[in-house]
Design a protein around this ligand. Sequence first.
Ligand code: F6R
Length: 614
Amino acid sequence: MCGIVAYYGPDQAYDFLIKGLQRLEYRGYDSAGIALLNGDLRIYKNKGKVSELENVAQGQNLSGTRGIGHTRWATHGEPNTVNAHPHLSQSGDIALIHNGIIENYDTLKKVLIERGHEFKSDTDTEVLTHLIEEIKEQENVDLLEAVRLALNEVVGAYAIVILSKNDPNTLIAARKGSPLVVGISDREGEFYLASDATPIVEYTKTVTYLNDNEIVAIQDGKMTIKTIDNVSKSPFIQELEISLDALEKGGYEHFMLKEIFEQPKSIYDSMRGRFDPQNLTFAMRSLEEYASKIKNLDRIIIVACGTSWHAGLVGEYLIEEFGRIPVEVEYASEFRYRNPIITEDDLVIAISQSGETADTLAALELAKEKGATIYGICNVVGSSIPRLTHAGAYTHAGPEIGVASTKSFTAQVTVLTLLALGIADIRGKISRERLREMFAELDTIPQKVEELLQSCNEKCKEIAAAYVDAPNCLYLGRGYNFPVALEGALKLKEISYIHAEGYPAAEMKHGPIALIDEEMPVVVIATKRNYYEKVLSNIQEVKARKGKIIAIVTEGDEKVAEIADHYIEIPDTEDCLTPILATIPLQLLSYYIAVMRGCNVDQPRNLAKSVTVE
Ligand code: F6R
């Protein structure tokens, strides 16, 4: 949540800042602002998107070889221009941008008000700007030391960048709990800072990710890093692997559509090189390193949020089916606050596209403290969760820019499938024959997804047109298709704002059936391999109450197709691989409904892609 960018170098900062903010807009789009330093310190900010900030900046003095920029997802203070970042200190000499939450801002603010400070905004961030200046003056220290001392008084999470009119050759940034990357240019004395690497990749591939409690200072063109306890650190420099193409829409109308259509590749990339179908072996380092732990496991706990939690549910079914280990799937936010029982014998798996979700991160920290082995399934390389875990496997879905998760879900399920099979293999719970069958089927999945995308796209559009004005929608599925129903409902509600709920199909009669009348569309995942007859009965129950059935069926199915109002065929596959295929028409259905309703599918209201607040 909230995106931050900064530039320090020989060039004018403005273009990098605006382009960078556009790339980070998925992190929040309530307001945007920049500060430029060129002798004087100028701030331009506005409620709304980066494009509106550009309008405000047009015709203004945009010179400055140092600059900071921010795109906001509001937490403290409503999303208006006054609360937009950057925020200034009491004198107006220090400008600061912030991603995170200063939890003790209220206490700090009261003390500062007593000392004569006047605040313009309702934000927690402005307090930090004033605090830094107060300490600088009271303690008679330089800016870097003032920042360090101020951060020692702060409780909460932050990635911050600071510019000061009185220190034109200095830029200071720090992080705790919110991400921050520093790009190091080939040109001496040129640096790019951002919440993630996407704004930076166009300029340099050499980066260092700041760790928690670290402060980076760029002074007179040189970079140094120290902790907030004043211990010097050497930066760990690495090369980015993201390509610029992956950050563009590539001819699609929206990132979400592009990302849906990228799934044959993202699924393939997530499994590529990780198993050998000939020799029936795995090439996953985490499995090798933790084989003895896995052999003796009594329990696995999966923690995640949102779509990643849905992938976790599929993971539960997979690991229990193949590995025969009990699995608990927890909302990270609930898990961390309910004093859960965690022991050194547990394996805790965190699933997260961004690798930055605050609740998931905190749940992992808790599990790690209690001695559990922690494992990450994340998409963003170098993000906070993979840096905390003992082991893990990246999903290689590539950058996901659309706020709604699509390709990251299918990539997560792909990795979880491999993990479940790997665990089963280590524990001797799967026969050679079954492993051969599974590998063979996995191999076909990218091609099946490709065919499915081609065959169902138009049909999804047609069905979307029929339900564009529906106020509600139910999603039903059993077994592996229950998490798919949850995911389908989440996709619809978050991008089209239609109220939607997912249920296990058999639960319908315990309450939701009361909602069904001729106005209610009911999406049922009714594939052939398992529970087919039972789901058929559930469909009859809906039909008897005049509900409208949109069925996801296995190719060649006649029974459901005959009674459904609409049906979409998906290729036949193993029951446990159905979620990967069945999710795809549900993504397209939501996408087209949202587009037809005129919604901003890539940036739905009130949402942000990287949820770095609790
Ligand atoms: C839904 C969606 C969210 C995320 C959730 C967790 O489309 O994108 O529900 O799945 O915020 O985010 P990550 O996976 O980054 O931890």
